[in-house]
Design a binder for this molecule. Structure first.
Ligand SMILES: [Zn+2]
Length: 166
């Protein structure tokens, strides 16, 4: 597996193999699989965000085949723990039981609420949805800004190798 690169407007997004492996582990391949999800953490440089880690579902989450309601207290604990390691909360991810996933109206409302209600310096947060198809077709990635703008990220070629590490 290789890291996945995306472009959302002028912003370059890179999802590392470690995060992709978490997505793959929870892909809803079977009809009885429940939705899973978690948070995205990584680094922010001007014009480039790197998703280094995706946290997995937790005990306190509520999960069905068509819904995922995360345990918000556990989420805040994760944010604090990653902050100590110098990693920033970049957004949320969850799975859908469809090949090429698209956000539901509820997904869009949820991420808009998180962008509005969080205290942060970023222009917005990421929404990542993991479908059943191979990446990148099976991965929805978008950035949601404070002004309500939604930019869908498109799969892109990596930068020159010196810039793409890790
Ligand atoms: Zn959803």
């Amino acid at each position: 597996m290789e890291a996945a690169n995306f472009l959302a407007g002028n912003l370059r997004l890179r999802v590392t193999v470690k995060a992709l492996q978490t997505f793959t582990a929870y892909r809803q391949k079977r009809f009885y699989n429940r939705e899973a999800g978690g948070q995205l953490f990584g680094t922010v440089r001007s014009g480039k965000w790197t998703v280094l880690e995706a946290t997995g579902p937790r005990k306190g989450d509520r999960r069905t085949r068509f819904g995922f309601w995360p345990d918000r207290a556990s989420e805040q604990q994760e944010i604090n723990a990653f902050h100590v390691r110098g990693l920033t909360y970049l957004g949320d991810w969850h799975t859908h039981p469809e090949e090429q996933p698209r956000p539901s109206p509820r997904d869009l409302a949820t991420i808009a609420g998180i962008v509005r209600e969080s205290r942060h310096q970023l222009p917005g947060f990421l929404l990542c949805i993991v479908g059943r198809a191979q990446f990148p077709a099976g991965l929805w990635l978008s950035i949601h800004t404070l002004s309500g703008e939604i930019k869908k990220a498109e799969a892109a070629l990596p930068l020159a190798s010196a810039e793409t590490n890790p």
